[in-house]
Ligand binder design. Structure first.
Ligand code: AMP
Ligand code: GLY
Length: 423
């Protein structure tokens, strides 16, 4: 089979490496991929949001199956467009991708179907939002309605910070039309858990749970980033909590989407907070998480393509989805200065014996050399019998990879190891 994967990050590299092991896969194309992905797939220089060119490429090249990985093409209707020309896809149609594409939609969905989440108000006028903030509980959380490159959530510790956020999003239009509406919501506390799941709209199969490390600096300090590392499984996510999440969140969400005639097929990502009041949804994503995928898929023992096609065909209930009992850790190596300002164009050296555990996010190939080209450059994953061994092995591999101005957090997994010790 000829497979096409839309996207260009570490997540897409992890999906491609896993698909290579699937039965019946002959050729994989990445649109656009990146310099590192080119070792595992044929990279085609078509942007992930250029739907017209993606569809043309699929038709002209006889693509048998497409995986649309990033949020933007999903929200823009890439799956709908590919299906219209007969290319089966993994990923939700636009009417279901709205669960990530509009925070107003997802909050209203949760309210209507009694799915636990933070209390909230929706505003379409800055004036009303500012008036509300005069008496809102502080800290408070301001969210732009639409996609905002992962930067549309502001945790305001003071009323002035909250007002500034409303002004930036609604009046200065920092995120364009994504800020026409905003959600102002209750600030929740508790450990965060990412649960990615496969769903065909009838069955939900959660993947192994994971924990992202979003802040740039050790000790969860510094700015929010796209993710500086992940571990799996998440030690806070016990079997008891998993059962509650299935009954109170996962199935109700999938059923709610059906009731709204927006059946969700693909990877539904639940960003959860385990509050003293039970697990609550912080966010839904309509796709695999990045860098969660880089720890979750290495632990998958079953055939990924078979699972994906079962999701498309609605036969997930009859399909084997087995995860190993091991642990995994992924450390992101970034360019120093990320997420603000950084230099690029530096040569990356990766010893060949560990290249299978490296998922490249931001690099280009130039004259046979791999050069840094992004803020997050690559992720290095290790799996082992225990989390401690996985973390140590991931850092051992990191120590053997080099590029100028490399920066990485030194404490990925540290919090989880403490939780495990205290149990
Ligand atoms: P997001 O950009 O949607 O991934 O959100 C970024 C981060 O903001 C989340 O991972 C949480 O740590 C935090 N966050 C979002 N909503 C809330 C909330 N209601 N209460 C506390 N923290 C939140
Ligand atoms: N790691 C968080 C996300 O993919 O949105």
């Amino acid at each position: 089979m000829k497979i096409m994967v839309v996207g260009s990050g570490g997540r897409e590299h992890a999906i491609i490496k896993k698909l290579k092991l699937s039965e019946g896969v002959e050729e994989i194309f990445a649109l656009p991929g990146n310099g590192g992905i080119s070792a595992d797939a044929v990279c085609v220089n078509i942007s992930a949001t250029d739907i017209e060119s993606i569809v043309r490429f699929a038709k002209e090249n006889g693509i048998d199956y497409a995986v649309v990985a990033p949020d933007d093409p999903l929200v823009l209707g890439c799956v709908d467009a590919l299906e219209a020309v007969g290319v089966p896809c993994f990923g939700p149609r636009a009417n279901a991708a709205v669960i990530e594409g509009s925070k107003v939609f997802s909050k209203n969905l949760m309210k209507k179907y009694n799915i636990p989440t933070a209390e909230y108000e929706v505003f379409t006028s800055a004036e009303e939002a500012l008036k509300y903030l005069d008496s809102a509980p502080i800290p408070t959380v301001i969210k732009a309605d639409g996609l905002a490159l992962g930067k549309g959530v502001i945790i305001a510790q003071t009323r002035d910070e909250a007002r500034a956020a409303v002004n930036e999003i609604m009046l200065d239009k920092k995120f364009g039309k994504s800020g026409d509406s905003i959600v102002i919501e209750e600030f929740l506390t508790g450990p965060e858990v990412s649960v990615l799941s496969f769903t065909d709209g009838k069955t939900v199969i959660p993947m192994v749970s994971s924990m992202d490390h979003k802040r740039a600096l050790d000790g969860d300090m510094g700015l929010n980033t796209g993710g500086m590392g992940t571990i799996a499984p998440n030690p806070y996510y016990t079997a008891e909590i998993a059962k509650r999440c299935m009954d109170e969140i996962f199935m109700p969400t999938v059923n709610a989407m059906n009731d709204e005639s927006r059946t969700f097929k693909g990877c539904l990502y639940f960003g959860l907070m385990l509050t003293s009041d039970g697990p609550k949804v912080i966010e839904y994503n309509c796709r695999f998480g990045d860098p969660e995928t880089q720890v979750v898929l290495p632990l998958l023992e079953s055939d990924l393509l078979k699972i994906m096609m079962a999701v498309t065909n609605g036969t997930l209930a009859d399909t084997e989805v087995q995860f190993s009992n091991k642990s995994a850790a992924c450390v992101i190596m970034a360019s120093d200065g990320y997420p603000v300002k950084y230099e690029k164009g530096f040569e990356i050296s990766i010893p060949s014996d560990i290249s299978e555990s490296v998922y490249v996010a931001g690099a280009v190939k130039s004259n046979g050399k791999l050069l840094t080209s992004g803020g997050r450059v690559l992720g290095v994953t290790a799996t082992a019998n225990t989390l401690k061994e996985a973390v140590d092995a991931a850092y051992e591999k990191v120590s053997r990879i080099s590029f100028k101005n490399a920066y990485y957090r030194k404490d990925i997994g540290a919090k989880s190891l403490k939780v495990k010790e205290s149990k």
